[in-house]
Design a protein around this ligand. Sequence first.
Ligand code: ADP
Ligand code: C5P
Ligand code: MG
Length: 201
Amino acid sequence: MAEVTPTRAFKDGEVSVIFVLGGPGSGKGTQCAKLVQDYGFTHLSAGDLLRAEQTRPGSTYGKLIADHIKAGTIVPQEVTLALLEQAMRESKSKKFLIDGFPRKMDQALKFEDDIAVSKMILFLDCPEEVMEKRLLKRGETSGRSDDNIESIKKRFKTFIETSMPVVDMFEKQNKVVKVKCDQPVETVYEEIKKGLKKFDF
Ligand code: ADP
Ligand code: C5P
Ligand code: MG
């Protein structure tokens, strides 16, 4: 029987995708903002897209998303994938930093089957106690429903149990650049730039 070739939204080589992973508060958004300035990537944060959809008038997913975010659990992949694909198309960009995605194996497999294959994974590695401190501080002004100690603990559990297996899978494909993030923002960024060079960015 003939082999089935997946039809992706973007043909191989048409776009460059970097997944930016790491625990909550590891500094994904902070480092992505710097990479956008220096490399011209389009930054798409899955969490930001979900929060926007949550408050969009007429969205059927508002409550579902709000409940998952507060509980620190993963929103069903269909919702997040549709938001990402739409944002990628609308941006007309060719270079993407996809921040906080994929957080679960089904998201990773479906994205790479249906949308595009990632070129590199940037994994921001940070001890829980450092992330906890940062998130509690961020919670003083963020207005986020999940920057409180109860939700933070749940997010850590989801990260270890559900998201780390995704990083491990990509590590086996030799696509992961791992950077220690309990260092000043600029030091982390210098390490990231070195990692990007290895993948020709
Ligand atoms: P994430 O997107 O991974 O959840 P953020 O980029 O929002 O993380 O960072 C979480 C908080 O920690 C923010 O308040 C940010 O200013 C702060 N922060 C990020 N990176 C560092 C760092 N290297 N050192 C100290 N604070 C940081
Ligand atoms: O990345 P961020 O911390 O902004 O994500 C906030 C929340 O959004 C997560 O804790 C989770 O509930 C949801 N999310 C998701 N799937 C993703 C990214 C975020 O369900 N890929
Ligand atoms: Mg973030």
